[in-house]
Design a protein around this ligand. Structure first.
Ligand code: FPP
Length: 275
């Protein structure tokens, strides 16, 4: 299969993951996959380890999921790394998460460049410590010329806050006289979200077995297919991503209508990374 050239070596033939890969229809990949990464704390507790060990182990899952998404040829991957509600956690845990994020951004730049990935932070980035903001801007700028996967990392992110921010920006435009309020429609609201210009998620994955949305991409997931796995985030690996996509490809998407919609066609093979 020509489509799997970027995955050779990454997913060796003869492995169970390769079987999942063979089952995929590359003409019907989701364009945008969004993931609620959950279960780091439980993973650590099961092993008698501090919560930070779960977050640290979760970074390996982030790395593998990002690379696998890029090699598959997905257009957008959005990971929920730190919610607005997460500010309620103990200060020490927040500090540790921010330290891990800085470390990840610092170490991962080479791999993001090699895999032609564009990193974008979405959320109230201004709430983050200036040192984290600097690291984010550095990686965003360095990867802005890439042409492959867009990796949205959601930080200090809340779906309701995002809609509030979009409303504020629309009202400001109307006040300045550059927008007639009657022009506001769904397309215009979408253009004022953090994900402006991006297709909405086709597939939303949540780990650790909870059936909750947790204030994630509330506007954008109106018609997303949802896939929940019992697996805790630090145990989430490429095989599980492939299984979720295979399951997505079996679903019939009707968007409230009666006709069966074809799943959107993904990016062209040229956009994929060569190994
Ligand atoms: C949920 O587990 C996970 C988080 C709140 C943070 C996710 C962060 C990472 C994986 C590391 C940093 C991210 C990047 C992008 C480098 P939980 O703590 O809520 O787990 P629990 O529900 O089992 O307690």
């Amino acid at each position: 299969m020509a489509e799997t050239k970027d995955l050779e070596g990454f997913i060796p033939s003869g492995t169970p993951d390769h079987e999942h890969l063979r089952g995929l229809d590359f003409a019907r990949l989701p364009r945008h996959v969004a993931i609620i990464m959950d279960g780091n704390g439980r993973w650590a507790r099961q092993r008698g380890l501090p919560r930070v060990s779960g977050h640290r182990a979760g970074i390996d899952s982030v790395r593998e999921t990002v690379e696998c998404s890029a090699r598959l040829g997905l257009q957008i991957l959005t990971l929920y790394a730190f919610s607005i509600e997460n500010w309620k956690r103990p200060r020490a845990e927040i500090a540790m998460l921010m330290m891990l994020l800085r470390e990840y951004l610092n170490k991962e730049l080479v791999s993001l460049q090699k895999n032609n990935i564009i990193l974008r932070a979405i959320g109230r980035i201004e709430d983050l410590d200036p040192s984290v903001q600097r690291e984010i801007r550095k990686v965003e700028e360095a990867t802005s010329g890439n042409t492959g996967l867009v990796f949205n990392v959601a930080l200090s992110y809340g779906g309701r806050a995002e809609i509030v921010d979009a409303c504020r920006s629309l009202v400001l435009e109307a006040r300045r006289g550059s927008l007639d309020p009657l022009q506001i429609d769904e397309t215009l609201v979408s253009r004022h979200l953090y994900t402006s210009g991006q297709p909405d998620p086709d597939l939303l994955i949540r780990t650790s077995g909870e059936f909750r949305i947790s204030n994630f991409l509330l506007w954008q997931i109106a018609y997303s297919e949802i896939w929940v796995t019992e697996t805790l985030w630090p145990d989430f690996r490429r095989g599980e991503l492939l299984r979720a996509i295979a399951d997505f490809q079996k679903r019939q998407r009707r968007y409230g209508g009666l006709e069966v919609e074809a799943t959107p066609v993904t990016s062209s093979p040229e956009q994929r990374i060569l190994v």
